[in-house]
Design a protein around this ligand. Structure first.
Ligand code: DOR
Length: 424
């Protein structure tokens, strides 16, 4: 079986590749990258017209697939279907399932089920047993079982000394800790960013200090024991400044943000629609701008989605709904629309943020468009205009902040392990 991608723009920053070319895939393996393959016989020809893009498959290092325990919201198969539709050939699932992923057996449960998806779904495991913040998990056993990192996402490890010990142990285990930086006591029941909008709505706010404080704490703890640390979903200008300074000081910190933080502000909450609630929350224009700048200047290492499905029923009451938004099917399109089309971000840098860097941070094998490699690619049309209609999403849950948004650019085909796993 031979596929020919004709006149396609191949973008692979890991090789400095950005050119219009022909790519042939023979029995799943990339067999040719050069112009004028038109004379070659192929079972199927995909005409790129010089505008379709072929890039290494995207990787999202921060998703919630709710499996086991809350599969009415999402399961590994439906989460993977959403990932494939979005151009992702891999994702790392957070361990705040029911029960949490905190043992080799639970790690193996995710890995076994993920085999059915055709893409690479890997579990993070919890830093503490039962995510209770009391007793550390066995890092080496979790790593051996296949965990790709450690996190208590949804919350931080409250006890700073316990967190310091966990970080110290990673020097030996080699695992990455990805930290959700929000102090729950400062949050104190807040549901949206604390400021003008929370006052206007008369709801309790989430003070930005909750994020800045734990970001600074994690960096100080990592620095004290020479460990690396990854900061989850950065949303404040304060955190950006702290991380930028720490990187300048040579501290081993990496971080991520999600498209909603460089797209929207807490003005969206004026609608009293819980689909715009997530933690950390949408902030102010100053924060939005700082996040965008940090993506562009390299302070932020990767774009994740924090894909956090919740049912329509759960999201129906503004004040009591759980935090979280789905994002796998809109991430690429929103990044193209908000950052690439206005000329702020090159395609090559975008692929670094969404494919190369997340794999690098997790220590996973790189994916590249190279002869002899199994095809692991997303094919997207940067010009395709579409509207986000929640009912059309592959995810079981429809809680997207981008509902009704008209976007420019869309993934049209995903290949993983040499197979076409999605086509629009
Ligand atoms: O909004 C969020 N939802 N943020 C998190 O960190 C956790 C997530 C969830 O699990 O729903």
């Amino acid at each position: 079986m031979k596929l020919l991608f004709k006149n396609i723009r191949a973008v692979d920053p890991s090789q400095g590749l950005d050119c219009i070319t022909d790519i042939t895939v023979t029995d799943g393996i990339i067999s040719g990258i050069s112009e004028n393959k038109s004379a070659v016989y192929a079972d199927r020809i995909i005409e790129g017209k010089g505008s379709l893009v072929a890039a290494p498959g995207l990787f999202d290092m921060h998703v919630h697939f709710r499996d086991p325990g809350q599969t009415y919201k999402e399961d590994i198969l439906t989460g993977a279907a959403a990932a494939k539709a979005g151009g992702f050939t891999g994702a790392a699932c957070m361990p705040n399932t029911k029960p949490p992923i905190d043992s080799p057996e639970s790690v193996r449960y995710v890995i076994d089920k993920a085999r059915q998806t055709g893409i690479n779904i890997l579990p993070f495991a919890a830093v503490t047993k039962g995510m209770k913040g009391e007793e550390l998990t066995d890092q080496k056993a979790l790593l051996e079982a296949g965990a790709c990192g450690l996190s208590e996402d949804g919350r931080p490890v409250e006890n700073a000394e316990l967190m310091r010990r966990a970080l110290e142990l990673t020097n030996d285990s080699g695992m990455l800790i990805s930290s959700h930086c929000e102090d729950l006591r400062i949050i104190n029941g807040g549901i949206i960013n604390k400021g003008e909008i929370s006052r206007k709505l008369g709801v309790r706010g989430m003070d930005r200090a909750s994020e800045d404080y734990i970001t600074a704490r994690e960096i100080a703890l990592a620095a004290s024991c020479g460990a690396r640390v990854h900061i989850c979903h950065v949303s404040t200008y304060g955190s950006v400044n702290i991380i930028r300074a720490a990187k300048r000081d040579g501290i081993k910190v990496t971080c991520e943000t999600a498209p909603h933080y460089f797209t929207y502000t807490d003005e969206k909450l004026l609608s009293r629609d819980a689909d715009y609630r997530m933690s950390p929350p949408l902030r102010t224009e100053r924060d939005r701008q700082a996040i965008e700048e940090a993506v562009l200047d390299g302070t932020i290492d990767c774009i994740i989605t924090d894909h956090a499905p919740h049912s329509a029923d759960e999201k129906s009451v503004f004040e009591s709904a759980p935090n979280g938004v789905v994002g796998l099917e809109t991430s690429l399109a929103v990044t193209l629309t908000r950052l690439y089309h206005p000329g702020k971000l090159s395609l090559s840098r975008m692929i670094e943020l969404m494919s190369v860097n997340p794999r690098k941070i997790l220590g996973l094998a790189p994916v590249s468009i190279k002869i002899g490699e199994p095809a692991d690619m997303c094919i997207f049309d940067p010009e395709l205009r579409w509207e986000v209609i929640p009912a059309e999403l592959h995810s079981k849950s429809k809680n997207t902040v981008f509902k009704g948004e008209k976007l420019r650019g869309r993934n049209i085909m995903t290949l993983c392990g040499g197979k076409i796993v999605y086509e629009l």
